[in-house]
Design a binder for this molecule. Structure first.
Ligand code: G6P
Length: 612
């Protein structure tokens, strides 16, 4: 949450910062700001999105070859111009951008106020920049050392960049528990929360490690030390992102692009990992740990948001196919519960960004208790990918839309491969079923393609229910997590209150809400419980709800009952979620668009949640 970007070199900083901020807006978009040095400090901050900042700057002076910029997801202090970053020190000499939370800022703030500091904003960040300045002045330190000393005093998470009006030839950057990448150009440096912000300019990067401080100089020198004052050697890597993968192309929104990319991204996730003709599955990370997995007392899957829904599907898959006991945990609950966990457990973390604070903290705790950590991650080189003992990337490419779509199907594809692989290794599924599942998995991209062709029909249904204020999603078995995910997609981007429920459990509460104004979206593709779903639909219809049913092609029985149906190709039950989620993503997209919502940047949400 919050995106930060900095530039030091011989080009004009302004366009680089603005473009970088636009690429980081998925991290938060409550307000934006930039500071550029050109003799004086030019500081511009605005509530709203980067485009609002640009508009407010208009023709004002933006010249300068060193600058920092920020796009905010508010924690301390409401989103307004004043709380927007960058924040400046008491004498205006230092300016600072920050992603994270300084937890003990209040005590410093009170002490600084006593010593004559005046604070304009309600933020923790402004306190940090005042603290750095005070330490710098008091002990006559250079900026890097003042930053280091200040950081030894604060608790919490930070990725910061500090700029000094009196020394326009350096930037100081540091991080702890919030990501920061340094891009290396020709006698120039870029700093950003994420490589996407700088990919246009350089692919040579250094990922700053936890509690490291970097000094970047105009001469092209980069030095890194730890917060304990030990020298670190920068490790230069190549960014593995292509520019077109972070652009919308011909699509109106990133979310739409990402929904329509799924035949390709699911295929990419499975590429090299499966061959139905030859009858094999290879999931690199699992191969190294097959024995650990098959002998594990249980698997604990930790995640947040949409990734948590993928984890629930993982529970059904591992238990049914590989007969391994699974527990699925919300990262934020797990970490504060003193859970029972030891070296006999395997902990799988699922995360698109690989940076979600709660997930990261939860697996750090599991690691301390001796569990083996496995990561299922999209962002290459991210913190979760680095801390886990083994893992698999889902290879779906950068996901920019805040509401997750292709990452979800990538995560579910990977979990499906793992469960089939382990089931076959353990002998809990026969070879014939194993081969059938492999063949069916290879058919999935084509079947997703067929569902995407129903866009016009889904749009028509969206029109019919777009004005609802509530919606209920029902599913059973493998489609229960899909009901949760369908409801989450709708509420995230259209602001319609939606709940996902196990279809049978509906009788214990949500049925009280059902009337003619309540659309009920029923995911009824599981053959094994078809009759039960029919009964559930009858119960809902009797109470006059509008029923939208996702069914297998040719399901005449539900067609007679439901108001609208969306037919999807049939597949084996454990693989169903990869298909049944697609129409729900499309439905949410169209409804949100019809309601005039900002599909890619829904209010209050952020894609990479790096605060607790
Ligand atoms: C945020 C995003 C969701 C995402 C969740 C977990 O809430 O808006 O789309 O599912 O974080 O993020 P992760 O990167 O760990 O999968």
């Amino acid at each position: 949450m919050c995106g930060i970007v900095g530039y030091l070199g011989n080009k004009q900083a302004y366009p680089i910062l603005i473009e970088g901020l636009k690429r980081l807006e998925y991290r938060g978009y409550d307000s934006a700001g930039i500071a550029i040095l050109n003799g004086d400090l030019n500081l511009y901050k605005k509530k709203g999105k980067v485009k609002d900042l640009v508009k407010s700057i208009g023709g004002k002076s933006t010249a300068g070859t060193i600058g920092i910029g920020h796009t905010r997801w508010a924690t301390h202090g409401e989103p307004n111009d004043i709380n927007a970053h960058p924040h400046t020190s008491k004498n205006g000499r230092l300016s600072l951008i920050h992603n994270g939370v300084i937890e003990n800022y209040e005590s410093f703030k009170l002490a600084l106020i006593e010593r004559g500091h005046v604070f304009e904003s309600e933020t923790d960040t402004e306190v940090l920049v005042h603290l750095i300045e005070e330490i710098q002045k008091r002990d006559k330190l250079d900026l890097e050392e003042a930053v280091r000393q200040a950081l030894t005093k604060v608790n919490g998470a930070y990725a910061i960049v500090v700029m000094d009006r009196d020394n326009p030839d350096i930037l100081v950057a540091a991080r702890k528990d919030s990501p920061l990448v340094i891009g290396i150009g020709k006698e120039e440096f870029y700093v950003a929360s994420d490589g996407k912000a700088i990919i246009e300019h350089t692919k040579k990067v250094v990922y700053l490690k936890n509690e490291e401080i970097a000094l970047l100089s105009r001469k092209g020198e980069l030095s890194i030390k730890t917060i304990n004052n030990d020298i670190s050697t920068p490790f230069i890597q190549e960014l593995d992102i292509e520019l077109e993968s972070i652009e919308k192309g011909d699509y109106e929104h990133f979310m739409l692009k990402e929904i329509f990319e799924q035949p390709k991204t699911v295929a990419n996730c499975m590429r090299g990992r499966i061959n139905a003709d030859e009858g094999w599955i290879k999931v690199g990370g699992v191969n190294d740990l097959v024995q650990k997995f098959t002998e594990a007392r249980r698997i604990i899957i930790i995640a947040c948001g949409t990734s948590w829904h993928a984890a629930l599907i993982g529970e059904y898959l591992f238990e049914e196919l590989a007969r391994i006991q699974v527990e699925v945990e919300y990262a934020s609950e797990f970490r504060y519960r003193n859970p029972i966990i030891d070296e006999r457990d395997i902990v799988i973390a699922i995360s698109q960004s690989g940076e979600t604070r709660d997930t990261l903290a939860a697996i750090e705790m599991a690691k301390e208790k001796g569990a083996v950590l496995y990561g299922i991650v999209n962002s290459v080189g991210s913190s979760i990918a680095r801390i886990t003992d083994a893992g698999s990337y889902i290879h779906v490419g950068p996901e920019i839309g805040v509401a997750s779509t292709k990452a979800f199907t990538g995560q579910v594809s990977l979990l499906t491969l793992m469960a089939i692989h382990l089931g076959y290794q353990k002998g809990t599924i026969p070879r014939s079923y194993y081969l059938q599942l492999l063949e069916e998995l290879e058919n999935i991209p084509g079947k997703i393609e067929q569902i995407l062709k129903k866009d016009a029909h889904i749009k028509y249904i969206a029109e019919e229910i777009k004005d609802s204020t509530n919606a209920l999603y029902l599913g059973r078995g493998y489609n229960f997590p899909i009901a949760l995910e369908g409801a989450l997609k709708l509420k995230e981007i259209s602001y319609i209150h939606a709940e996902g429920y196990p279809a049978a459990e509906m009788k214990h509460g949500p049925i009280a809400l059902i009337d003619e104004n309540m659309p009920v979206i029923v995911i009824a593709t599981n053959k094994s419980i078809h009759e039960k779903m029919v009964t559930n639909i009858q119960e809902v219809k009797t109470r006059k709800a509008k029923v939208i049913a996702i069914v297998n092609e040719g399901d005449a029985e539900i067609k007679r009952l439901a108001d609208y149906i969306i037919e999807i190709p049939e597949t084996d039950e454990p693989i169903t979620p990869l298909l049944s989620v697609i129409p729900l993503q499309m439905l949410s997209y169209h409804i949100a668009l019809m309601r005039g919502c900002d599909v890619d940047q829904p209010r209050n949400l952020a894609k990479s949640v790096t605060v607790e």
